[in-house]
Every structure is written in structure tokens, then in C-alpha cells.
Design a protein around this ligand. Structure first.
Ligand SMILES: Cc1ncc(COP(=O)(O)O)c(C=O)c1O
Length: 429
């Protein structure tokens, strides 16, 4: 029976029973965590042999074109790393820059460069505007929003639907306002909802006609090869689409191996039009002599080629797919029949995004915390941490062992039931 269809007496009984179950969990003194999207130890173990790739005093330290990876040079990365990652983003080697250990770092730097120098040295730097604005599909990645907030960029939330952000809204906003300079996109297995942008959405992005000529799409394809099923989603290549509309300078693509090899010890990459790459490199060369080529070589040797990389991702899938399944089955068994929440079954990525009844998310997270289950704070997936409907909760199932996930989900569904019953009863008063 749907909770919303229960009479006051039925709801009171339901609430009392749920409260008793919840008190039982509290007595257990649990300490479980589904807070951040971190790879599990088993996933990290998969990459340990990479350390043996270039690891001793007599190791081969040369790239396949003879580059000595121990020395200076090669600002945009070694050929072997380019050959490995260009198929991942579907770009040519001269559209790709192999960077350091964090894609968040390159996105931050990219915005900082635009603020200080402008997007191409022709358009005025963003610092010369009184205020600039950014479109933020919501729910989204909290650290993207933190970058905007730290630079004082005003964020405009845009609803994220099943096939991507609300394009009607985006087209209208960018056409009217030349202080809107960019948008965050996690186009495949989005953080946190897990949806992938449809072909139509990608084409509409490529056809955007922003009033600001220096408007940029930050296409953070962090999860492009993180599939959870054998029938993965497919994403249209935005750079190719932008070439067709003559707007190839409008997009910057990003990705990394943070959740493929080692988080913080991997390789981040960015891709863009040749013109953008040349300009970015002209600024990068002041900033750094080059990134860690030994680590690039280590990655290239370990994976061998793109097929090797994909085979490695299959091992990740085997480890994390059952953990997602544990969360999803608890939700569909315990929550779906009561009609007190909704979510998307993702085909990839790192998260499940749960929408409770309006006005319940903070309460659910607090109840979980009190019972020893840590979740991402409610509202974290919104600019300024403000979820206007107080309903979104991000669940991160990759890190804890499966038994812990099952235990944590018992508490979670119980908290959802309790908070929902409390809300419905309060609304009856
Ligand atoms: C969408 C998205 N982009 C970027 C990152 C961070 O990537 P990196 O470790 O390469 O900085 C994450 C990590 O959770 C993410 O979810």
C-alpha cells in the first residue's frame, strides 16, 4: 500500500513499528559509510601490477618514440599515453593533453586561466566582468559547484532530466545573457543520477548559439568507461558534433584514471579543438615544464592499449556491480511499494541518486547518522548546498564491502520510511 494512501491510524501504527525497528539499529552501534564515491580496496588492488611496469633501476624508461621519460620535455604527454587515451575520448592525439593526477585540478586551472587571461587571448578575461554566471545541471557534482563558489561565479541551477539537462532552458538562458560563460556537464553516467545524455541533447549542445562568444561547455566525462552492465550506454561525441556546427572551440573535455588505477595517483586528460589546445599549451608552458611522464609510461605499459584498458574496466565492473545491485534491490523491495522515493537504475558510474518525498532528505540523512550510517550531506549535489525541495540524497556504494552495504541499506530504508511517515503525519495536522 502507498504510504500516502494510509489513514492517520494506519500511518501511526506504521510509524511506531518503523520507530521500533530504527531503535533496534541504533542499539547496534553501527559505523558504516556510503558517503564518498571512492574505489574499494579490491578495485585498487587490480592496478598493483602497474607499479611493476617501470619500477626498478634497470627499468625501460623510454617511450615508444624514444623519449626519455626521466627528462624534461613533452608538455602535452608522451605518445604512448596519447595513444591509450585518445580512443577513450574519441579525439585525435593533437586534440589531447595528458596532464597530472587530477581532472578536477585541470578544470580548476582551466577556469582560472579563463578568468585571468580569457578563453583565447582575444576575448576579454572573465575577471573584467562585474559578475559572471555558470549553468549547473542539478543534481550535480559538489566539487564542480565548489570551484564556481570559490571563484565567486554565480551558479544557475538547471534541472537534469532522464536524457540530460533541460535544453529549452539552457538555449534560452545562453541566448539572452552574455555573462553566462559556461556549464558543467557530466554527460555519461552523471554524478550523481547516473543518466547519460541522449543524442538529441548532445546535438542541441553542439548547436547552441550563446550570446557570449566565449561561452564554454565543460564536458567532464569522468565515467565514460565505467560501465556497470554488458550493454553500456552510448554517448555521442560532442567534439565531432561541434565540428559539424562549426563550434568546435565551444567545448573542453576532461577525464582521468582516478577510478581506473589509483585515485590521486592516476592520469588526468583534457581534449579540445586544435586551436584551444594550442592556446592552452601556450599558457601551460609558463605554469609547468611538464607532468609526470614516468607515470604516463607506467600506465601505457600496464594497459598495453585501449583494449587492455577496457578489459581492466570489466574487472572493476565485476567488483562493483553487485554492490549497486545490493542498493537497488533494497530500494525496489522496501521503498517502491510504499511510493516514498524515486531513483534511476544506472548503467554505469559511481552513484545512485535517491529522491525522497519533498522535505525529507535532511531528516533521512540525520536519522542515518544517528544510527551510525554516514551519507553525503543532503543538498550537497546542489549549488550552495541548497536543494530547494530537500529531497535528494547521493548514495555511494563502491567503497564498503557488500555485507556493510546490505546492513547500511537496512538502516537507510528504515530511515526513509520513518521520515516519510513523520512528514505525512505532520502534514495531516
Ligand atoms: C564527475 C567527476 N569529475 C571529476 C572527479 C574527480 O576526478 P579526479 O580525481 O580526476 O580529480 C570526480 C570524482 O568523484 C567526479 O565524480
Amino acid at each position: 500500500m502507498l504510504l500516502s494512501e494510509m489513514s492517520k491510524e494506519q500511518l501511526e501504527k506504521f510509524k511506531a513499528e518503523t520507530q521500533a525497528e530504527y531503535d533496534g539499529y541504533k542499539e547496534k552501534g553501527l559505523s558504516l559509510n556510503m558517503e564518498r564515491g571512492k574505489p574499494s580496496s579490491a578495485q585498487l588492488d587490480l592496478a598493483m601490477k602497474m607499479l611493476a611496469a617501470v619500477n626498478s633501476y634497470d627499468a625501460d624508461y623510454k617511450a615508444s618514440d624514444g623519449t626519455d621519460c626521466r627528462n624534461y620535455g613533452g608538455l602535452d604527454g608522451i605518445i604512448d599515453a596519447k595513444n591509450l587515451f585518445s580512443p577513450m575520448l574519441g579525439v585525435s592525439n593533437d586534440e589531447l593533453i595528458i596532464c597530472g593526477n587530477s581532472s578536477l585540478n585541470i578544470m580548476y586551472d582551466m577556469i582560472a586561466r579563463c578568468i585571468i587571461f580569457g578563453v583565447d587571448g582575444v576575448h576579454k578575461p572573465w575577471k573584467d566582468y562585474d559578475k559572471i554566471k555558470w549553468l549547473c545541471p542539478v543534481p550535480g557534482y559538489d566539487r564542480h559547484f565548489a570551484i564556481c563558489e570559490s571563484f565567486g561565479i554565480e551558479m544557475i541551477p538547471v534541472p537534469l532530466k532522464e536524457d540530460g539537462p533541460d535544453m529549452d532552458m539552457i538555449e534560452k538562458l545562453v541566448a539572452e545573457d552574455d555573462t553566462i560563460k559556461g556549464i558543467w556537464c557530466v554527460p555519461m553516467y552523471s554524478n550523481p543520477t547516473g543518466i547519460t545524455y541522449s543524442d538529441e541533447v548532445v546535438k542541441r549542445f553542439a548547436a547552441l548559439n550563446p550570446k557570449a562568444e566565449d561561452f564554454r561547455i565543460f564536458w567532464d566525462n569522468a565515467y565514460c568507461i565505467h560501465h556497470l552492465t554488458k550493454t553500456p550506454d552510448k554517448l555521442l561525441n560532442i567534439l565531432d558534433e561541434c565540428k559539424k556546427t562549426g563550434r568546435e572551440d565551444m567545448v573542453y573535455m576532461f577525464a582521468s584514471t582516478s577510478k581506473i588505477t589509483f585515485a590521486g595517483g592516476g592520469i588526468a586528460v583534457m581534449a579540445a579543438s586544435k586551436k584551444n589546445v594550442d592556446y592552452i599549451k601556450s599558457l601551460m608552458t609558463i605554469q609547468t615544464i611538464g607532468y609526470d611522464k614516468i607515470n604516463q609510461l607506467r600506465h601505457a605499459k600496464f594497459f598495453g592499449n585501449y583494449e587492455g584498458l577496457m578489459a581492466h574496466m570489466e574487472k572493476h565492473r565485476e567488483i562493483i556491480a553487485p554492490r549497486f545491485e545490493a542498493v537497488l534491490s533494497a530500494l525496489s523491495k522496501e521503498i517502491a511499494p510504499l511510493g516514498i522515493g524515486s531513483w534511476h537504475n544506472p548503467n554505469g558510474g559511481y552513484f545512485i541518486s535517491f529522491d525522497s518525498m519533498d522535505g525529507c532528505a535532511k531528516r533521512i540523512v540525520a536519522l542515518c547518522k544517528e544510527a551510525g550510517v554516514a551519507l553525503t550531506p543532503a543538498g550537497a549535489a546542489f549549488p550552495y548546498r541548497n536543494d530547494p525541495r530537500d529531497r535528494n540524497i547521493r548514495i555511494a556504494p563502491t567503497f564498503p564491502p557488500i555485507e556493510e552495504i546490505k546492513e547500511a541499506m537496512k538502516v537507510f530504508v528504515c530511515a526513509v520510511k520513518l521520515a516519510s511517515a513523520e512528514k505525512l503525519l505532520a502534514d495531516m495536522k
